[in-house]
Design a binder for this molecule. Structure first.
Ligand code: NAD
Length: 482
């Protein structure tokens, strides 16, 4: 890692970082005016923005990872590298490799009835894109949408989370250094600024965060008819089929639940699993913890809970459960002061318990039994549609059945979480877990107007359709309407 902060300087550093509602309005108006006078940015300009993003990350990765760690009390730097920096760098490379092709006007098919005319799709930048970032992966969830919006030729305003203030500050400084304020600016502040931000008449607003706030964002965007992409949360289930390799399944599920201490939107939230596997699951999970997070009370690889409000919320989930349903996976107790929370499994929590009514977003893993695969599928389908669904098993028919009969934002088969890093797959939710998707080409199109253009030929048959409607027209219509 290097931390060389020497690169392009910003001509308007005041408005690169916005901290008040007045500045917010002024900078938005300025970016909007620019997007109307210079609506189309060529590939060279877009590629330069991607290069700036790449340089910002390359030169500041240690600083940014340390800021995230400070916000969490402790966030493993390796996790920041693996889960935030790596997909950011590969996302930039992917966009640089394909963006020039994505932005080209392309032919679309046409019915022979309209020949020799032809159809085209012409991607155009939308203008000014707003991005709202949560605290759990504050780097990747700022950079990911920026990659797509900048590749599509937009200007960008980003509202950072007030719950990760040190990262927000470090990120704002870095953006001011690497980007012109005419292209990208960062907004810092509490919920009042977030509310004002969500009311700005952006050409598109991408919000990542909780479903509850997502509803407020959609309401705030409605008066200006601002199109929204909502990347929300929810309870992402794991379905373990009867024919399964238990060891490798537990390995992947535990990786997903312990990454960022469970504070991951697509973390496995709960596990539907035949009852005869419960005990073995718990003992394998204990062994897994010993192997991968030994001495968890002093382990640099394990992340802490972001703040006291979140810590209190998730500890509260455990208080209401019967003591014999809670299975500690380590012999280390929670530390309220440092917000260290070693993972626990809870068996058969009631459907109306807090832990089953809310997205857990912490290292608590419920195991719930089912009898038949249909029961497991019905359990999922009786609840709001999840952001992710994970199915484990060796029987292709079982896997196919689960994939086909459930609806979720995305799916991994015999894996968790990794689908988010596939730049050739759209990423997003469905129903209460989100509206719209982005990443890669899907993200480019999300932030573009894919303008349909019909190009008429010099010689064409349109005059045959003009009034007065005579015999020729009637015969033609009779043929067409058959
Ligand atoms: P949050 O909804 O509290 O905050 C997200 C953003 O919304 C922040 O920038 C905040 O400033 C802003 N905000 C808060 N209250 C607001 C209001 N009243 N009006 C306007 N803006 C407001 O979410 P969070 O706690 O930061 O993040 C956790 C949630 O995000 C979880 O539910 C998680 O599943 C979800 N999430 C989803 C994804 C995804 O890609 N789908 C990724 C990460 C996190």
């Amino acid at each position: 890692m290097t931390d060389n902060n020497q690169t392009t300087s910003n001509t308007d550093s005041v408005l690169s970082t916005i901290t008040s509602i007045d500045q917010l309005q002024a900078q938005f108006s300025r970016l909007q005016a620019l997007s109307r006078t210079q609506p189309i940015l060529d590939w060279a300009t877009r590629a330069t923005q991607l290069d700036n993003l790449d340089a910002l990350l390359s030169d500041n990765q240690t600083r940014l990872a340390k800021a995230i760690s400070a916000d969490f009390g402790h966030r493993s730097v390796s996790e920041t590298q693996f889960a935030e920096l790596f997909p950011s760098f590969t996302g930039i490379s992917h966009a640089k490799k394909h963006g020039k092709t994505w932005m080209k006007t392309r032919r679309a098919s046409i019915s022979p009835l309209y020949l020799p005319a032809h159809n085209e799709i012409q991607p155009q930048p939308l203008g000014v894109v707003g991005i709202m970032v949560p605290w759990n992966y504050p780097l990747y969830l700022a950079i990911g949408p920026m990659i797509d919006a900048l590749t599509a030729g937009n200007r960008v305003m980003i509202k950072m989370s007030e719950s990760a203030p040190q990262f927000a500050d470090a990120f704002a400084k870095a953006v001011a250094h690497y980007f012109s304020a005419d292209m990208v600016c960062v907004v810092i502040g509490e919920v009042d600024i977030a509310e004002a931000f969500s009311k700005l008449p952006f050409d598109h607003l991408l919000y990542t965060g909780s479903t509850a706030v997502g509803k407020k964002i959609m309401a705030a965007a409605a008066p200006s008819l601002t199109p929204v992409t909502l990347e929300l949360g929810g309870k992402s289930p794991v379905i373990v089929t009867h024919d399964v390799n238990l060891e490798s399944m537990v390995n992947r599920v535990m990786m997903g639940k312990t990454l960022n201490a469970g504070q991951t939107c697509i973390a496995p939230d709960y596990v539907l699993i035949p009852r005869q596997y419960h005990e073995r699951f718990i003992s394998l999970a204990k062994e897994w913890m010993q192997e991968h997070y030994p001495n968890i009370d002093n382990n640099q690889d394990y992340t802490h809970i972001i703040n006291h409000a979140q810590f209190k919320r998730v500890q509260g989930y455990l208080q209401d459960l019967p003591a014999d349903s809670i299975h500690q996976l380590t012999d280390v107790a929670v530390n309220t002061e440092t917000r260290l929370m070693p993972p626990v499994i809870v068996t058969e929590p009631a459907a109306d318990s807090d832990v089953m009514q809310n997205e857990i977003f912490a290292p608590i893993l419920p195991l719930i039994h089912y009898e038949t695969l249909n029961d497991a599928i019905q359990f999922v389908n009786a609840r709001p549609r999840p952001l992710a669904l994970y199915v484990f098993g060796n029987d292709d028919d079982d896997i196919e059945k689960v994939r086909t009969h459930t609806v979720s934002g995305g799916v991994c088969v015999n894996e968790v979480i990794i689908h988010v890093a596939q730049h050739d797959l759209p990423f997003g939710g469905v129903g209460h877990s989100g509206i719209g998707a982005y990443h890669g080409k899907t993200g480019f199109e999300r932030f573009s107007h894919m303008k349909p253009v019909f190009v008429q030929a010099k010689i064409n048959g349109m005059n045959l359709l003009l009034p007065p409607y005579g015999e020729l027209f009637k015969k033609g219509m009779a043929l067409l309407l058959k």
